[in-house]
Design a protein around this ligand. Structure first.
Ligand SMILES: [Zn+2]
Length: 108
């Protein structure tokens, strides 16, 4: 099965599936005169947090990106649940297949 990944930085649309979770980054911007300089009223921005090779990674987002990322996360969850259900059904079918074969061999 081919997996097509669009690596262009100006991809016209967000990905259909993503894994991880939405988080809020709170940070100082570094400008001495900014409201954030005192350590209060930090800048908040959404981000996707995900695990890669055992490490937590972050993709910084814009607020307008959140709905599309939420939808992609939900699609991933649904697809993963469907895959789990299909595989569980496969285990039941395997059990029945093995039992039927045993029965057929016994009655020979
Ligand atoms: Zn600031």
């Amino acid at each position: 099965m081919a997996v097509i990944v669009d690596k262009k930085p100006t991809a016209p649309r967000p990905p259909r599936l993503v894994r991880g979770s939405l988080v809020t980054l709170r940070r100082k911007c570094g400008k001495a005169a900014c409201r954030c300089a005192e350590g209060e009223a930090l800048h908040e921005n959404p981000a996707l947090s995900f695990s890669e090779g055992g490490r937590t990674r972050i993709v910084a987002l814009r607020p307008a990106d959140v709905p599309a990322v939420q939808a992609a996360l939900a699609r991933y969850t649904a697809a993963r649940e469907q895959l789990e259900a299909d595989a569980s059904a496969g285990v039941e079918m395997l059990r029945a297949w093995v039992a039927a074969r045993r029965e057929a061999e016994r009655s020979r």
